[in-house]
Design a protein around this ligand. Structure first.
Ligand code: NAD
Length: 253
C-alpha cells in the first residue's frame, strides 16, 4: 500500500462488510490515503480488529445491513461522531455459488436480496440527504463480474449483483445535480473467505488459467479501483461499472 498518496485527506468514508476480505482491505486502502473511515460489519469482533489495525482514523460499527432501522440509526450515529459521510462503499455481501435453480428456496433467495441488494439500497438512502446538502458525494457499489457474464449455479447472486450495477445507472442520473458520483466496481474472482467457502481453493486456482492475464486478482487490485472512484480524479465519472478482472469479461462498444 502506497502511504504517500493522501488523495482522500479530510474525507469521511463508510465501508460496509468491513470485517473480512475485500471490505477490510478497502478500509485500509482508504485510510492509507488519508480518509477517516467508518468500518461497518455484522461481525462485531472482526470489525473491531479492522479498526484496531488502522488506529485512530477508523470507527468500528457493528450492524446488520438487513436490519434497516438499526442500520440507518448506526450510520446516523457514526456520522455524528466523525462527520458527514463523503464516500460510501456498499461492499457487504454473501456468496451464492453452488446452487442450481431448483435448489434455491425462498429463504435462500430472500437472504440474498436482503444482504446484497436491499442492504446497499438502504445504506445509500441513509447517506444521501447529507451528501445532497453538501453537494458532494461518492457512492461505490460492489457488483461482480458475474453481473455481466452470468453465473451458473449462482443465479440469485448474479441477479442481485446486476441490480447493484442497475442502481448505479439510475442513482447516477438522479444524483448528478447534487454533484454526487455513483459508480460500481465489479471484481473478478478474488481469494477471500467467500470464495474459499463457496468454490474452494482448487477451483479458485484453476480459474487463473481461464483469465487472459493468467492470474486471479489481489485484494489491492480491487481496492485501488475503489480508492480511484473515491478520489477527485473521478469527479466527472458517474454511472459506470469498472471491472478489474484480468480480462475475464470484456464488454462495451
Ligand atoms: P467476505 O465474505 O470475505 O466478506 C464479506 C463481509 O460482509 C464479511 O465481513 C461479512 O461479515 C460481511 N457481511 C455479510 N453479511 C452482512 C450483513 N448482513 N451486514 C453487515 N455485514 C455483512 O467476502 P468478499 O469476497 O470480501 O466480498 C466482498 C464483496 O465483494 C461482496 O459484496 C461480494 O459479493 C463481492 N465480490 C466478491 C468476489 C470474490 O471473488 N471474492 C467477486 C466479485 C464480487
Amino acid at each position: 500500500m502506497d502511504n504517500s498518496n493522501k488523495s482522500l485527506q479530510g474525507k469521511v468514508a463508510l465501508v460496509t462488510g468491513a470485517g473480512h476480505g475485500m471490505g477490510r482491505n478497502h478500509v485500509m486502502m482508504l485510510a492509507s490515503r488519508g480518509a477517516t473511515v467508518i468500518a461497518l460489519d455484522l461481525d462485531r469482533e472482526a470489525v473491531a480488529k479492522t479498526a484496531k489495525a488502522i488506529g485512530g482514523e477508523c470507527l468500528a460499527v457493528a450492524a446488520d445491513v438487513t436490519d434497516i432501522p438499526a442500520l440507518q440509526a448506526a450510520i446516523a450515529e457514526a456520522a455524528m461522531k466523525v462527520g458527514p459521510i463523503d464516500i460510501l462503499v456498499n461492499n457487504a455481501g454473501i456468496g451464492g455459488q453452488g446452487l442450481a435453480i431448483e435448489d434455491i428456496d425462498e429463504t435462500t433467495f430472500d437472504a440474498m436480496v436482503a444482504v446484497n441488494m436491499k442492504g446497499s439500497f438502504f445504506a445509500t438512502q441513509a447517506v444521501i440527504p447529507a451528501m445532497k446538502e453538501r453537494r458532494y458525494g461518492k457512492v461505490i457499489n460492489i457488483s461482480s463480474n458475474f453481473a455481466m457474464g452470468g453465473a451458473a449455479f449462482a443465479s440469485h447472486y448474479a441477479a442481485c449483483k446486476s441490480a447493484l450495477s442497475g442502481f448505479v445507472k439510475s442513482w447516477a442520473r438522479e444524483l448528478a445535480p447534487w454533484n454526487i458520483a455513483v459508480n460500481a466496481v465489479a471484481p473478478g474472482i478474488i481469494e477471500t473467505e467467500m470464495t474459499l467457502n463457496s468454490i474452494g481453493k482448487e477451483r479458485i486456482d484453476g480459474m487463473a488459467t481461464e483469465i487472459p492475464m493468467g492470474r486471479i486478482g489481489t485484494l489491492d487490485d480491487i481496492s485501488w479501483a475503489v480508492a480511484w472512484l473515491a478520489s477527485k480524479e473521478t469527479d466527472f465519472l458517474t454511472g459506470q461499472v469498472l471491472s478489474p478482472n484480468g480480462g475475464a469479461t470484456i464488454v462495451g462498444i
